[in-house]
Design a binder for this molecule. Structure first.
Ligand code: PLP
Length: 433
C-alpha cells in the first residue's frame, strides 16, 4: 500500500504544526509508521489522500454516530452557515438542542454548552468545587476527562500511550488536589472518603471507561460510588462525553440505572462539530453565573453550526426507537466475530462491548482496570492495526482506545472486517520471527 501523499503531507505539517498533528494520538506513535491523512468520508467509509478507502471504526473518536456526512446533518449545517455562523448572543437553537438532550438523558435538568469535552469536564469540576466549597476531586486511573490540568494525573488516552502519566506543566498543587484510585475499586473510593473527610468536592468517572480501551464497570461498582458520594455529600460526575448517545439513548446513566449529580457531554451531541456540555441537577447548575457565583463563559459556546449538527443528529436518535437495538446487534456480530477469529489463530484476547462501543485487548487476563489493561500485548496490537489498515479497515492507532460502530455500518461491512481480521492474523503469524 503506498501512502506517499500522506507521508508528504505529514512532512509538510511537521514544518509548521508542532509534531505535525493537533491532537497527540493522531501521530501514530503507539503503532509506528506515518499517520494517514484523510480527505473525505461518507457513511461508514473514510478516504485518505492517496485514494484508499477504509471501513471506519474510529469515527472521529466517537462523535459520528450516524457516520460521515449524514444527509440530515449536512443539510442542517449548510442551512445554518448561510444564516450566519456566530452571533455571540443567545439563539433558539441552543434551547432546542438542550431540550432534546434533557428529554432523553435522565440526569439533565439544566445544562450549559461549551466547545469541547475538555472544557465541559473542567467547568463541571469548578462548579462542583464552588457548590461544595471543597477542593479535592477523585478520579480513576485510566479514565480520561480531557486535557485540563486537574485530569492529567495518571491520565489514560494518549497520555497513557505516550507514557506520560502526568504531564510536565501540571502544577504540583493541582496534582495534590486530584486523588487517583483504580477503576472498579469501590473499596478504594470508600477508603479515600474516609481519609479525606469533608474535603472531597466530586468524584468523576467514565461510567463505561473508554479511554484505556473499553473497560466495563463491575456490577455494583457505580452504585457503591453513588452511595459513597451521597454519604459524603460530594458531587458525582459522570463523564459521558463518549458514552452519551453512544451506549444507549439516555447514555450509561439510563443503561445502568445510576443517576449522577452532574453529567459531562461532548462528541455525539455535536454531530461532528465542536461541542461539549455539562449539566445535571438544577440546584447545582444554578450555582453557575449569571444566576450563581461560579464563572463560566465561551465566545463560541452554543455555536449555531454546532447546534444545527447536534439537533439533526439527536432528532434521528429520538425518532428512531430501534436505533440503539440495531447498533447493539451490529456491534455484537462484530465483537463475537472478532473473538472467533482470535480463537482460530490462537491470539490471546479479551473483548468488551456496550451499545455501539467495543474493545479488543490482546491479553488473557480479565480487564477490569488500568493495570490489567496494561497486560495487553501492544506490539501485537501495532501489527494488527497495520495489517487491518492494509486491508481497508481503520482502527484507532493505539491499543488503549475504544472502537465505534455507526448507524451507517452494515452486515456487509462486518463480514469484510472479519475477513480482513482473519487474513491479518494469518499474515502476522507468517511474518513472526
Ligand atoms: C473525548 C473525551 C473527553 C474530551 O473531549 P474533547 O472534546 O476531546 O475535549 C473527555 N472525556 C471523555 C470520556 C472523552 O472520551
Amino acid at each position: 500500500m503506498t501512502i506517499e501523499r500522506s507521508i508528504a503531507a505529514f512532512a509538510r505539517a511537521r514544518n509548521v504544526i508542532a509534531g505535525g498533528v493537533n491532537s497527540s494520538v493522531r501521530a501514530f506513535k503507539a503503532v509506528g509508521g506515518s499517520p494517514i491523512f484523510m480527505k473525505s468520508g461518507t457513511g461508514a467509509t473514510i478516504c485518505d489522500v492517496d485514494g484508499h478507502a477504509y471501513i471506519d471504526y474510529v469515527l472521529s473518536w466517537g462523535p459520528l454516530l450516524l457516520g460521515h456526512a449524514h444527509p440530515a446533518v449536512t443539510k442542517a449545517v449548510t442551512a445554518a452557515v448561510a444564516r450566519g455562523s456566530t452571533f455571540g448572543a443567545p439563539t433558539e437553537a441552543e434551547s432546542e438542542l438542550a431540550e432534546l438532550i434533557s428529554s432523553m438523558m435522565p440526569g439533565i435538568e439544566r445544562l450549559r454548552f461549551t466547545s469541547s469535552g475538555t472544557e465541559a469536564a473542567m467547568s463541571a469540576v469548578r462548579l462542583a468545587r464552588g457548590y461544595t466549597r471543597r477542593e479535592k476531586i477523585v478520579k480513576f486511573a485510566g479514565c480520561y476527562h480531557g486535557a485540563a490540568d486537574a485530569f492529567l494525573i495518571a491520565a489514560g488516552s494518549s497520555a497513557l500511550t505516550l507514557g506520560v502519566p502526568s504531564s510536565p506543566g501540571v502544577p504540583r498543587g493541582t496534582a495534590a488536589d486530584t486523588i487517583v484510585v483504580p477503576y472498579n475499586d469501590a473499596d478504594a473510593v470508600d477508603a479515600t472518603f474516609a481519609a479525606n473527610a469533608g474535603a472531597v468536592a466530586a468524584v468523576i468517572v467514565e461510567p463505561y471507561a473508554g479511554n484505556m480501551g473499553l473497560v466495563l464497570p463491575k456490577p455494583g461498582f457505580l452504585e457503591r460510588v453513588r452511595a459513597a458520594c451521597e454519604r459524603a455529600r460530594a458531587v458525582l460526575i459522570f463523564d459521558e462525553v463518549m458514552t452519551g448517545f453512544r451506549v444507549a439513548r439516555g447514555g450509561a446513566q439510563e443503561r445502568l440505572g445510576v443517576r449522577p449529580d452532574l453529567t459531562v457531554l461532548g462528541k455525539v451531541i455535536g454531530g461532528g462539530l465542536p461541542v461539549g456540555a455539562f449539566g445535571g441537577r438544577r440546584e447545582i447548575m444554578e450555582y453557575l453565573s449569571p444566576d450563581g457565583p461560579v464563572f463560566h463563559a465561551g465566545t463560541l459556546s452554543g455555536n449555531p453550526l454546532a447546534m444545527a449538527a447536534g439537533i439533526a443528529t439527536l432528532k434521528v436518535v429520538r425518532e428512531d426507537s430501534a436505533l440503539f437495538d440495531r447498533l447493539e446487534v451490529m456491534t455484537g456480530l462484530l465483537t463475537e466475530g472478532l473473538s472467533e477469529v482470535m480463537r482460530k489463530h490462537g491470539a490471546p484476547h479479551r473483548t468488551a462491548r456496550a451499545g455501539s462501543m467495543f474493545g479488543l485487548f490482546f491479553t488473557r487476563e480479565p480487564v477490569v482496570d488500568l493495570a490489567s489493561a496494561m497486560t495487553s500485548d501492544t506490539a501485537l496490537y501495532a501489527k494488527y492495526f497495520h495489517a487491518m489498515l492494509e486491508r481497508g479497515v481503520l482502527l484507532a492507532p493505539s491499543q488503549y482506545e475504544a472502537a465505534f460502530v455507526s448507524t451507517a455500518h452494515t452486515t456487509r461491512d462486518v463480514e469484510r472486517t472479519l475477513a480482513a481480521a482473519d487474513e491479518a492474523l494469518a499474515a502476522i503469524a507468517t511474518a513472526a520471527p
